[in-house]
Design a protein around this ligand. Structure first.
Ligand code: CA
Length: 413
């Protein structure tokens, strides 16, 4: 697929994350305006709330953009999403007669502050990266027991807290927690000394379900995707995770990118899941390509350092289970899924050391600290470090990006 040219010149640059092919959904404010829905185009944001006020965009189902989140629009469903995308594409296409009317409704991105793009209804996080699960399992339980017997048969997950999800740019406070002591009878309460990143992507649900759904139906419920960093305290996790899985170690914060890239924009980049080690049961069997060729990086910048260092590079294709399979599994028990649900993919690591999506794996539990330039190294995050996720899909002369997912770690208190 080729670049669709826009009269917004910056949207035609091969390096922009926001060409006309993308049209990702965010919420922005300026000195003059309260938070409101906007769509990124080049180095501008289209004020969607204003487009609706002026009657230029009129989604079926009434006014949906007079609120500082995309949920009301997401609830309208697939046909409304497609109609909106088609209309916005026509308005912004090179040569459009609407240019004069729309141009005053573009805000320079440099003047805008970005907010949470949607209200998170509930947050579930999975553990669907084969290389990540194998690496972590090897460290925690030994190579023989790396993958639990259920892992190759279902996507493993846990219910997280919607309240912990924050938008990119939010500072992250190092957590306090209960840690294992010199022996099991002497735990103590202190700041986590093994605070970590998890490079993930999140699926944002637009559709809802009240009962089981097929993998194909689950895929159609997905409105779009965000970059996601599931901040994790490994020392708290190691002490608490048996028998019911992670709890406080994952409850501090989960950062997401400020733009939801729609499933429609990612359509040309669909990719298959890897070959199955065991055939999957029918209710989560693969039903077409439902991963995406999205390259992902995570970088670190210590406080006062003049530049950042890329820690790892990986790709969404490395996941063993797609978001659609995760949702089909989640709904199979009868668990209702709602518009605004956020489904974390699990950490996405690849087969090589440089593909590892967490410091736990990169430093192999702290045994092999990672060099980050200027004579510095890291086993885990230090106070003042800024961690930034980036990602994108590259088409013919254009790139679909998410904006960065960044956060700086502050000392515990
Ligand atoms: Ca996670």
């Amino acid at each position: 697929m080729a670049l669709i040219r826009s009269w917004v010149e910056s949207a035609n640059s091969p390096t922009t994350e926001f060409p006309l092919n993308n049209l990702p959904c965010g919420v922005f404010s300026t000195e003059e305006t309260e938070p409101r829905p906007g769509v990124a185009i080049g180095d501008r944001i289209v004020d969607i709330a204003r487009l609706e006020e002026e009657g230029i965009i009129t989604p079926e189902g009434g006014t949906v953009f007079d609120v500082p989140f995309w949920n009301d629009f997401m609830e309208l469903g697939e046909d409304a999403w497609a109609a909106f995308r088609a209309q916005l594409t026509a308005l912004l296409t090179e040569g459009s007669s609407d240019r004069e009317r729309i141009e005053p409704m573009l805000i320079p991105m440099a003047n805008a502050r970005l907010h949470m793009p949607f209200a998170v209804s509930e947050y579930t996080d999975f553990y669907a990266g084969y290389h990540h699960a194998t690496n972590v399992g090897t460290m925690f339980r030994g190579a023989e027991n790396a993958l639990p017997p259920n892992w190759l048969h279902m996507p493993i997950g846990y219910n997280g807290r919607a309240s912990s999800v924050v938008v990119s740019g939010t500072d992250i406070r190092r957590p306090m927690g209960q840690l294992k002591g010199a022996d099991d009878d002497r735990p103590y309460f202190a700041a986590s000394g093994k605070f970590d990143i998890e490079l993930e992507m999140g699926a944002v649900l637009g559709g809802a379900s009240d009962g089981p759904v097929s993998v194909a139906e689950a895929d159609k419920m997905i409105f779009g995707y965000v970059l996601l960093n599931d901040w994790s305290a490994r020392d708290i996790q190691a002490w608490e995770y048996q028998p019911l899985g992670p709890f406080q170690s994952k409850a501090t914060a989960t950062s997401i990118s400020p733009w939801i890239v729609t499933r429609a924009a990612l359509e040309p980049f669909r990719a298959d899941t890897p070959p199955r080690i065991h055939p999957l049961l029918d209710y989560i069997r693969d039903d077409g390509p439902m991963l995406y060729d999205i390259d992902l990086t995570v970088a670190i910048q210590p406080e006062g350092a003049g530049h950042e260092t890329v820690l790892a590079r990986t790709n969404h294709r490395e996941l063993y289970y797609s978001s659609a399979q995760q949702i089909a599994h989640h709904a199979s028990s009868g668990c209702p899924m709602n518009c605004g649900d956020l489904i974390g993919s699990g950490t996405i690591s690849g087969p090589l050391r440089e593909n590892r999506g967490s410091l736990l794996e990169l430093s192999w539990g702290g045994k092999e600290p990672v060099e980050i330039g200027n004579g510095m190294s890291r086993s885990f995050i230090e106070d003042g470090d800024r961690l930034t996720l980036r990602g994108g899909a590259s088409g013919d002369g254009y790139r679909i990006g998410f904006g960065e997912c960044t956060g700086k770690v502050l000392p515990a208190r």
